[in-house]
Design a protein around this ligand. Structure first.
Ligand SMILES: Nc1ncnc2c1ncn2[C@@H]1O[C@H](COP(=O)(O)OP(=O)(O)OP(=O)(O)O)[C@@H](O)[C@H]1O
Ligand SMILES: [Mg+2]
Length: 240
């Protein structure tokens, strides 16, 4: 089956004053794929994600989604960050709908809260939620109104190991079910290799290499071993 391209990035450069962060970035993102960006801290991972979100503009080059130039905020995309960015004065359900009272929106919010296991907290305030529950709510909010593209910037960075693993599984399941194209930025290479079908290494301001990963989401011993090998290879390339 031929893969359909959702996003094309061509010749993208990004600098801040004279500091070059990204150069000559060429990348195709396929529809319904799960792509990860890895690389050293300060290497430009979040910058590339923000360019795709239309929160920043490149100094040169073009980014298109579905053939349309992204030259303002990309309204087909939703972002999730390490901090939950919830609105503490709104209920859990209002955080999903942005306080819309439209019956269809309420229905959709209930569906999403059920999907992330927060039905019983719908009328509570976010302060009542644990860190993991807050990120589940942030996920539900990001999924509201059926985005084509989910951009995840270290969303699990502050979670404990077990909660983190459960969230990885939940995100993979939902993105697959809802056919959402997903780009994950993470400094955790094992997480990238567990979740993504391709991993792009950003180094020296470039996309140095893209690793195919047919072993994502499979929990057999063989798949785990293969993933460990891919992780090692990526780590070596980051360090050398
Ligand atoms: N708004 C900005 N103004 C000036 N410099 C910036 C700005 N945003 C990012 N930078 C610089 O661009 C470089 C890349 O930053 P970016 O946040 O993309 O890195 P990152 O790979 O996401 O790092 P980390 O893993 O630490 O989050 C850094 O040197 C950073 O200081
Ligand atoms: Mg970052």
């Amino acid at each position: 089956m031929k893969k359909e391209i959702l996003i094309t990035i061509r010749g993208v450069n990004k600098s801040y004053v004279k500091h070059i962060v990204l150069r000559e970035i060429d990348l195709d993102v396929y529809r319904h794929e799960f792509l990860a960006f890895v690389g050293k801290s300060g290497g430009g991972k979040s910058t590339l994600l923000r360019l795709i979100a239309g929160l920043e503009q490149p100094n040169a080059g073009k980014i298109k989604q579905g053939g349309h130039l992204i030259n303002k905020i990309n309204d087909q995309a939703r972002m999730m960050f390490q901090e939950d960015r919830l609105l503490p004065w709104m209920s859990v359900q209002d955080n999903v709908t942005f306080a819309s009272k439209k019956p269809d929106d309420q229905k959709e919010a209930k569906k999403l809260l059920s999907l992330v296991g927060l039905t019983e907290y719908a009328n509570a305030f976010p302060t009542k939620l644990s860190g993991g529950q807050k990120q589940r709510l942030a996920l539900a909010r990001a999924l509201f109104s059926h985005p084509d593209l989910l951009l995840l910037d270290e969303p699990l960075g502050a979670l404990d190991a077990l909660t983190r693993r459960n969230m990885q599984d939940l995100i993979m399941k939902i993105c697959q079910q809802r056919k959402i194209t997903t780009i994950l930025v993470t400094h955790d290479i094992n997480e990238a290799v567990r979740m993504a079908n391709r991993i792009a290494l950003i180094k020296d301001q470039l996309i140095k290499e893209i690793f195919d990963n047919p072993y994502r989401g499979i929990d057999t011993n063989e798949a785990k071993e293969k993933r460990a090998l891919i992780s090692d290879e990526i780590l070596n390339k980051i360090l050398n």
